[in-house]
Design a protein around this ligand. Sequence first.
Ligand SMILES: *[C@@H]1O[C@H](CO)[C@@H](O)[C@H](O)[C@H]1NC(C)=O
Ligand SMILES: *[C@@H]1O[C@H](CO)[C@@H](O)[C@H](O)[C@H]1NC(C)=O
Ligand SMILES: *[C@@H]1O[C@H](CO)[C@@H](O)[C@H](O)[C@H]1NC(C)=O
Ligand SMILES: *[C@@H]1O[C@H](CO)[C@@H](O)[C@H](O)[C@H]1NC(C)=O
Ligand SMILES: *[C@@H]1O[C@H](CO)[C@@H](O)[C@H](O)[C@H]1NC(C)=O
Length: 534
Amino acid sequence: MKHSCRMLFMSLREGTMFLSVIVFSSLSVSKALGQTEPVVDSSYIAAVYEHNVILNPDPRISLSRPAALQHMQRNLDIYEQQAARAAQQGVQILVFPEDGIQGFNFSRSSIFNYLETIPDPQQESWNPCTEPGKYNNTEVLQRLSCMARRYNLYLVANMADLQPCPLKTDPSSSCPSDGRWQFNTNVVFSSDGLLVGRYHKNNLYFEAAFDTPPQPEIITFDTPFAGRFGLIICFDILFYEPTIHLVTKGVRQLIFPTAWMNQLPLLDAIQFQHALSLGANVTLLAANIRNDKMIMTGSGIYTPFSVKSHHAQKGDPVEGRLLVARVPVLDPLLAGQSVTDGSTAKDSGFCHKESRLDFPAPETSSSVPPSSSASSTSTFISSMMYDPFTFVLLEETEGKVNVCNGTFCCHLQYRLIPQGDSKELYALGAFGGTHTVNGRYAVQVCALVRCAGLDTSSCGQEIEEAESKMDFQLEGRFGSRYVYPSVLASKFVLEQPKHFETAPDGTVTMKHSNMTGGLVTACLYGRMYHLDNE
Ligand SMILES: *[C@@H]1O[C@H](CO)[C@@H](O)[C@H](O)[C@H]1NC(C)=O
Ligand SMILES: *[C@@H]1O[C@H](CO)[C@@H](O)[C@H](O)[C@H]1NC(C)=O
Ligand SMILES: *[C@@H]1O[C@H](CO)[C@@H](O)[C@H](O)[C@H]1NC(C)=O
Ligand SMILES: *[C@@H]1O[C@H](CO)[C@@H](O)[C@H](O)[C@H]1NC(C)=O
Ligand SMILES: *[C@@H]1O[C@H](CO)[C@@H](O)[C@H](O)[C@H]1NC(C)=O
């Protein structure tokens, strides 16, 4: 199986986009997302590096420690060059991707000599660059620490951690059968090289080499220039622990090393990164791996007001990419807002506190049966992302359609703006239920997609290009306050939805118009975290 995340797709080219200040002040997205420009006069310069990782050709065969180190140093050499480039641009925090130092597809034993024992920065203070003799077998930690120090920036990297069992921090937890813990781990170094953060991935994605920590870890670190950041890794982004837990604690800046396999139509890397940033009203610093065979590309620096992203296109040279952007400080303490126990949201409810038991389920009477829709005729089921979506075709050039999956209904008002003579088929799909393939999680999704072909059975399949533009309003009444909006245009270009709003009864509305490219997917991706374990 695939490893860390999954998500399939392909094609590549650059989709760098700058929405930012100009856009947000003129668009109504600001109404729901960021009423006003952030109440900060402070900003900082962040960078993420999409890394074309040098892989071990046979990760299932164990290497000696010197050979493993030699391999890792080749990736670290590239990190070093990028840290130097970042420093020249005034970068204050630099993020490298998941698995970027050792690669992937190891077994539990074949990764052994890649592991280093990473001390807990909450228990002790250690600067590996200035105190290299304190622990053996910490060459990678030392090199990263010296990089942060030399280039005078906060540095976040992902590496493999070995911890003795039982864990000092959790003495009663059970041990893996071979008596040691192996974790997929983010490490953070301050600009003088001090180890200031260590986070063990909670939601593994087919990673035989690693263990899930006995308890989910909620890890943050503080910086002098932007306040607090929270740490997550790849598949974590889809789950309550630790991602939403961090958000409910008031953490508004998340760091996201990932090795994400793209999967259209709903979970392309930049599509979901952007959606999370908008839906949770947070900054997300996302660094992905670049690897064509594994369908990995798509990194970015996202705030609720701006996007700088990169998504390679088919045929692009396979190479790394450094993205640098100045972004506003969102930490409520530094931004001078009051922190009411984690809640930074006003009315949309996204960052509202606590209760995972979101809105009451919509009453059946409120749902509109598909047959009553203005222009649609019949519904059909087609599989999208392995889930049986109920779809209805968009048969007119404009109109209204509704589609329900049980009591969960999606409503669309649209005006198609065909371009050229190409005939393209679009459908509105609804799905409410538990996704069970390659991970288990409960969702409610409204998705307007371009079908891959002209047959209904192609609706929900992957297609990366489109010519038709559309003005639309997409709406659903969700049983969760956690709904992530996205508009993906042809060839992986992100668009900022012009309006996005959640009403107190759970009705979420996204409006968009004046697209710059053809519409591939418009989606409201609701996560029903409270139903994940049912
Ligand atoms: C990892 O393993 C999977 C299946 O075992 C294989 O399909 C994939 O190509 C491997 N990836 C690499 C980079 O070796
Ligand atoms: C490091 O390893 C050497 C050689 O095995 C040993 O003598 C030394 O005590 C170790 N140092 C630490 C800090 O563990
Ligand atoms: C998002 O955060 C900004 C402050 O950074 C705040 O002004 C705005 O109201 C928040 N939006 C929502 C929908 O919570
Ligand atoms: C969606 O449809 C499936 C299959 O018809 C059904 O099992 C499921 O309960 C429906 N979801 C909702 C929210 O009603
Ligand atoms: C869309 O474009 C038209 C024509 O260029 C313009 O008049 C209109 O104001 C735009 N609408 C929005 C919502 O930006």
